[in-house]
Design a protein around this ligand. Structure first.
Ligand code: 5AD
Ligand code: SF4
Length: 487
C-alpha cells in the first residue's frame, strides 16, 4: 500500500480568501495517510491565500510530505532536497512535512540548510501560524514559543543581511505527538471528485519492533463517529460515491463518544444515501473482529476487500516483531472472511529478512501465502529504523539473502495471483470507471475487490469517469483483468 506519488492535483485551485500572492508546490511520498494529509495541507494553504502550482520552478514555497517507513524512502527525500538546493538563490523557501520531519527534527536543518520549515504530521493544525511566521508576519509571542521557532540572524553587511536572515528562518512544529487532536479541516482539497479519503484514527500504539510509525505519528487517537459521519454525508452531498476510511490501524478505532464500534461505524457509513462503496485500510489482525465480516455481509456497499498485513507466517518471528498475534490467530481471521457470504478479496504486507528469520521461518511465510491465497502482497526487505526495538536484535540477515527471499516470495505470489485472477474470466463485475487509456483504447475500472479491470466499450456506450458499469471479464494478468462493457 506504500507508493511514491506525483504532485497532487487539487480538485479546485480557486482562492478561498483574499488575493493569492504566494505559490506552493507540494510533493507527497508514502502511504494513503500521507496522501490525505497532503489534501488537507493543500486545502489549508489555499485557505491562507496560497495558489498550488505543478512545478518547483513556478513555486515560492516548495513542500515535501515525507515518509520514513524504510530507509530508502527517507533517502529519496534528502536526494530530492539536494537536487533543488540551487533554487534557494531564487528566493524560494523549502518545507519538510510528515514522518521524516518528525523523526529527524532539527537535524534536517543541518543536512539541508536551505530548509526553513520542518513540521510533523501531528502539528499540521498549527500550519497557518507557521506559514504566517514563514512570511514574516508578526505573531503573538506565546505562539512563537509554542511553535518552538527560531530565527537566526547572522552577522553580515546591511545589503545582504535581510536575504540571509530570510533564508535562515527556521520553524519547527514537532512537539505535538501526545496531542489528542486529529488533523481535521474543512478545507480539504480532495484530488478525486468521486472517491475520497476520511481519516478516522491517527497514530499508533502497537509499537511493532521494526516500525517508526508510533514515533513519527504519535499516539493513537480516534475522531468521533458523529464527525466522521458528518464528513461522509457532506461528501455524498458533493457527489462522492466512494469513501475510503483511513487509519494506521483503522480497525483499532474507538469512538471517543463511545457510541459506535468500528464495525458499526463501517455499516453506518455504508448506509449514507448516495454512497455506493466503502473501503477501509489498514486493518491490524489483533483488533480484527468477526463483527467486521458480519458488517460486510449485511451492508452491500461495504467493499469485499480486506487488507490485513501479516508480516510473517512464523509465530516465532511474529513474536520477535511484537505483532501481538500468532500464525493460528491470523489464520482464524482468514477463516472468518472465507466463510462470508460474498467472496472477500484479501491482501497483505510481508517483511522478509527480519533479524533472526531462519530458512524454516521463511518457508512458513511462503506456505501461508499458499494457504490464504492473497490477491496481492506488498513485500519489503526489513529495513532497520531509528529508535525501534529491533535495532538491538542480533542475527541480522545479510542484504543479499534478504533480496533472495524477497524475489522468491514475489515469484511465489505471482504464481498464486495468475491462478486467482484467471478464475474471474467469464464473470460479470461492476466497476467504478477511473479513467481512459488513450494509447490502448481501454477504459480503466476498479472492482469492489479492488482489482483493476481494463475494458473496451463501443462508441455509443462510452462510460463517464466516476460512473459504475458492468463489465464481462475476458482475460487476466497477474495484476489486472481485461474485459468488455456489458451493454
Ligand atoms: N522495514 C521493512 N518494512 C517495513 N514496514 C514497516 N516498517 C518496516 C521496516 N522497518 C512495512 C510493513 C508495513 C508496511 C506499511 O511497511 O509491512 O505493514
Ligand atoms: Fe507500525 Fe505496527 Fe503500528 Fe502498523 S501496527 S503502524 S506496523 S507499529
Amino acid at each position: 500500500m506504500w507508493q511514491t506519488l506525483l504532485p497532487l492535483t487539487p480538485r479546485y485551485t480557486g482562492f478561498m480568501s483574499g488575493v493569492p500572492h504566494k505559490t506552493f508546490y507540494l510533493e507527497t511520498f508514502g502511504c494513503q495517510m500521507n496522501v490525505h494529509d497532503s489534501e488537507k495541507v493543500v486545502g489549508t494553504l489555499i485557505q491562507e491565500g496560497y495558489q498550488q502550482v505543478q512545478t518547483v520552478e513556478q513555486a515560492d514555497l516548495i513542500l515535501y510530505n515525507t515518509c520514513s517507513i524504510r530507509d530508502k524512502a527517507e533517502q529519496k527525500v534528502f536526494h530530492r532536497l539536494a537536487d533543488f538546493k540551487k533554487l534557494q538563490a531564487q528566493g524560494k523557501k523549502f518545507g519538510v512535512l510528515g514522518c521524516v520531519a518528525q523523526q529527524e527534527g532539527e537535524k534536517i536543518f543541518e543536512r539541508a540548510p536551505h530548509v526553513s520549515l520542518v513540521c510533523g504530521s501531528a502539528s499540521y493544525t498549527n500550519l497557518p501560524q507557521m506559514l504566517a511566521q514563514l512570511e514574516g508576519a508578526p505573531m503573538p509571542s506565546s505562539d512563537i514559543q509554542r511553535l518552538n521557532s527560531e530565527v537566526l540572524t547572522p552577522a553580515g553587511n546591511s545589503r545582504s543581511r535581510k536575504s540571509e536572515a530570510e533564508s535562515l528562518i527556521r520553524i519547527t512544529g514537532l512537539d505535538d505527538r501526545q496531542t489528542d487532536k486529529c488533523f481535521e479541516t474543512e478545507f480539504t482539497a480532495r484530488t478525486n471528485p468521486h472517491r475520497g479519503y476520511i481519516t478516522i484514527i491517527e497514530g499508533c500504539d502497537k509499537f511493532c519492533a521494526y516500525c517508526v510509525v508510533p514515533f513519527t505519528r504519535g499516539k493513537e487517537r480516534s475522531r468521533t463517529s458523529k464527525s466522521v459521519l458528518n464528513e461522509a454525508r457532506q461528501m455524498a452531498d458533493l457527489g462522492y460515491t466512494e469513501i475510503q476510511l483511513l487509519g494506521q490501524n483503522v480497525n483499532s478505532y474507538r469512538d471517543p463518544a463511545e457510541s459506535k464500534s468500528f464495525a458499526e461505524l463501517l455499516a453506518a457509513i455504508g448506509e449514507v444515501p448516495g454512497i455506493k462503496r466503502v473501503r477501509f485500510m489498514t486493518s491490524h489482525p489483533r483488533d480484527f473482529g468477526r463483527d467486521i465480516v458480519c458488517a460486510i455481509d449485511a451492508v452491500p456497499t461495504l467493499c469485499d476487500h480486506v487488507h490485513l498485513p501479516v508480516q510473517s507466517g512464523s509465530t516465532r518471528v511474529l513474536d520477535a516483531m511484537q505483532r501481538l498475534y500468532t500464525r493460528d490467530q491470523y489464520l482464524e481471521r482468514i477463516t472468518w472472511m472465507k466463510s462470508a457470504q460474498r467472496e472477500i478479496s484479501i491482501t497483505t504486507d510481508v517483511i522478509v529478512g527480519f533479524p533472526g528469520e531462519t530458512e524454516a521461518d521463511f518457508a512458513e511465510t511462503l506456505d501461508l501465502l499458499e494457504q490464504v491465497g492473497y490477491d496481492s502482497v506488498f513485500s519489503f526487505k526489513y529495513s532497520p529504523r531509528p529508535n525501534t526495538p529491533a535495532l538491538s536484535l542480533e542475527d541480522a540477515i545479510p542484504e543479499a539473502e534478504k533480496s533472495r527471499r524477497l524475489e522468491a516470495l514475489m515469484a511465489k505470489q505471482r504464481e498464486i495471483q495468475i491462478a486467482r485472477y484467471k478464475r474471474y474470466i467469464g464473470n460479470e463485475c461492476e466497476v467504478m470507471v477511473e479513467g481512459h487509456n488513450e494509447a490502448r483504447g481501454q477504459w480503466i475500472g476498479r472492482t469492489s475487490h479492488n482489482k483493476t479491470l481494463n475494458f473496451t466499450a463501443p462508441d455509443p456506450a462510452f462510460p463517464k469517469v466516476g460512473s459504475y458499469v458492468n463489465v464481462r471479464v475476458t482475460g487476466s494478468f497477474p495484476n489486472s483483468l481485461l474485459g468488455e462493457i456489458v451493454v
